[in-house]
Design a protein around this ligand. Structure first.
Ligand code: 3PG
Ligand code: MG
Length: 401
């Protein structure tokens, strides 16, 4: 693929380069709560700034509905970015409006401009090609266009699975290149699809089995073990013929899960015990029960210690591991132990380990285990779609070298 280094070889001094970064970070009390994705985006930005480019960063935060919404402003991200870079960051009050155009025009060599949330503009996520193209045109225009040396760098790995204006359409309008983060993520994640070292163990959690069916189906022929936890395990347990009480259940997926279990009896590993409570509350009375004996009026909210031990045993001698999705209602400490224990087991594995997805990554960070994981992906949905073997719009847009 054509990379940022190819662009740099042509010289970037004085050129306006539009970079799509994934700066979709959690905020708390108006400040950045976890700057992982900002840090992951720095290498490309500094590489360009150091060489005298005039850098314009486009990014999204949250899911505003195509109109400005102050709670999703990127302003706190601009502040954090400035701190981390140790240089001022111009912040446009709009995405492609008067403020953006004015500031883009005034950029000097080595200056950085962050545009306000691209999703404040209805064109960003529109299903209508013309609407997206119109926004893409305005974004490209900020660089002065191809004639004026404008270029586009795709570095938002977490968003490459979105067919959005700033991810996909803008690439048609400017010479475009793959950023270092996207390059590195693709290199690592391809090791999971192309000839992974065995045993290859995948741990999947999260609430809905319907969200994960595509990836489960494409992973099963390739993995040695698929360990299933989180809300989605109850649909599998139900398919096994067990009572799941008040737990999360997708009734319309039970048959599919039953078929998957029948076709892969030795690969899919389900929890053998479950932490249950009547409700998700701070002082909930919890109880650990066998997975085939969940009381009628109880909700399964985490995997139990026997399951953790079984999962850890499978992970211990794995050569390749991929983990996405929490094992329970991880935001509540009472129901977070299974997830934290899986984080520890993945970290303890000597093989090649990859963790993706917001909650799993947070569990690893909160346990202080980031350094013990081979690769912590910045993409949740993007990494899953890559493992599914789907074409990612933001990657497909990048031409061959
Ligand atoms: C993410 O957080 O997964 C990426 O930034 C993409 O965001 P989205 O799921 O809202 O498209
Ligand atoms: Mg997401």
């Amino acid at each position: 693929m054509r990379t940022l280094d190819d662009l740099i070889r042509h010289g970037v001094k004085g050129r306006r380069v539009l970079v799509r970064s994934d700066l979709n970070v959690p905020l708390k009390d108006g400040a950045v709560a976890d700057d992982g994705r900002i840090r992951a985006s720095l290498p490309v930005i500094t590489k360009l700034l150091d060489r005298g480019a005039r850098v314009i960063v486009a990014a999204h935060l949250g899911r505003p509905k195509g109109a400005p919404d102050p709670q999703y402003s990127l302003r706190p991200v601009a502040d954090r970015l400035a701190q981390l870079l140790g240089q001022p960051v111009d912040f446009a009050l709009d995405t492609v409006g008067e403020s953006a155009r004015l500031l883009a025009g005034e950029l000097k060599n080595g200056d950085l401009l962050l545009l306000e949330n691209v999703r404040f503009h209805p064109g960003e996520t529109s299903k209508d090609d013309a609407q997206r193209a119109a926004l893409a045109m305005c974004l490209a225009f900020l660089t002065g266009g191809d004639d004026e040396g404008g270029a586009f760098v795709e570095d938002a790995f977490g968003a490459v699975h979105r067919k959005h204006a700033s991810v996909y359409d803008v690439a048609k309008l400017l010479p475009h290149y793959c950023g270092d983060l996207v390059r590195d993520e693709l290199t690592v994640l391809r090791q999971l699809t192309e000839d992974p070292k065995r045993p290859y163990v995948v741990v999947l959690g999260g609430s809905k089995v319907s969200d994960k069916l595509a990836v489960i189906t494409s992973l099963l022929p390739r993995v040695d073990r698929l360990l299933v936890g989180g809300g989605m395990c109850f649909t599998f347990l139900k398919a096994q013929g067990y009572e799941v009480g008040d737990s999360l259940l997708e009734d319309d997926q039970v048959d599919t899960c039953r078929q998957l279990l029948a076709d892969n009896p030795d690969k899919i590993v389900l929890p053998s015990d479950i932490v249950v409570a009547a409700d998700v509350t701070d002082d909930a009375k919890t109880q650990t029960v066998p997975a085939d004996a969940i009381p009628k009026d109880m909700k399964g909210l985490d995997i139990g210690p026997r399951t953790v031990a079984a999962f850890a045993a499978d992970l211990a001698d794995a050569q390749t591991v991929f983990w996405n999705g929490p094992m329970g209602v991880f935001e509540w400490p009472r129901f977070g132990e299974g997830t934290t224990a899986v984080a520890r087991a993945v970290a303890a594995c000597e093989g090649f380990t990859v963790v993706g997805g917001g909650d799993s990554v947070r569990a690893v960070q909160e346990a202080g285990l980031t350094g013990d994981i081979s690769w912590v992906s910045t993409g949740g949905g993007a990494s899953l779609e890559l493992l599914e073997g789907r074409e990612l719009p933001g990657v497909a847009a990048i031409p061959a070298a």
